[in-house]
Write a new protein. Sequence first.
Length: 70
Amino acid sequence: MFEYAERSDGSVVISRHGRAVTTLRGGRAAQFLAEVADDPQAVMARWTGNYKRGNERLAREHPRNRGGAR
């Protein structure tokens, strides 16, 4: 899903499905690298802003997503 690459200038590029999502430089890159060892996918999702937004429960209740007969 997410991948990251550390560049020689110290910046970090986070990509998803082969496309660059964000580039971190300086202190933010160092902080990211310190955090990424724990749970890489969750950390990268949080740093890119692509994480659960709290609307999943509402989407589950939508008639289109309930399943069964309609």
